[in-house]
Design a protein around this ligand. Structure first.
Ligand SMILES: [Zn+2]
Length: 169
């Protein structure tokens, strides 16, 4: 939340979770969830590729592979870009399947932001083995029958749903 109007710098004393209208310049500022996109490779409908976070928040926890979209970026393009940054593997956005979209929270620098998360699946014919990357310290092919706890709540929700969808529970 802003303490000062980003347009004119006036102090903002009165605002809601949704934003404010500046009393000085009368311009509106809206707060929205921050969009992210993840790509989850699926192997033989029973294993998915996840990573271990190299950065806070939740450094050292398992996560889905992806990140924040850029301003104005198409979610599929962002998913492909983030996946490539985290794994070094180039994928084709035509192969992505949207599985779910969920809202979650993201604590960062003392603030908690809402995120709007696009969750894509992609089928991998091979169980590629990856070492670490700059943003991911370790990768794991996680069996959907033996799930590990994920860093963000929406990830646990979506992985549970995926396990059910592939007919194991
Ligand atoms: Zn203003």
């Amino acid at each position: 939340m802003f303490k000062y109007c980003p347009n004119c710098g006036a102090e903002i004393k009165d605002q809601t979770k949704q934003g404010f209208k500046c009393p000085s310049c009368h311009k509106s500022t809206f707060y929205n969830s921050k969009p992210t996109a993840t790509v989850t490779p699926v192997y033989r409908e029973k294993e998915i590729l996840v990573g271990v976070r190299e950065q806070d928040p939740h450094k050292g926890s398992f996560e889905l592979l992806g990140g924040f979209l850029r301003n104005g970026e198409d979610p599929k393009d962002g998913a492909v870009r983030e996946f490539q940054e985290e794994t070094g593997v180039m994928i084709d956005k035509k192969d992505l399947r949207l599985f779910d979209v969920l809202v979650d929270k993201y604590p960062y620098e003392g603030n908690t932001y809402f995120t709007l998360n696009f969750f894509y699946l992609i089928t991998f014919e091979k169980r590629i083995i990856l070492e670490s990357s700059e943003e991911v310290s370790r990768f794991l092919w996680m069996n959907l029958d033996r799930r590990v706890h994920m860093a963000f709540e929406y990830e646990n929700v979506v992985v549970d749903k995926l396990a059910k969808t592939t007919g194991r529970e």
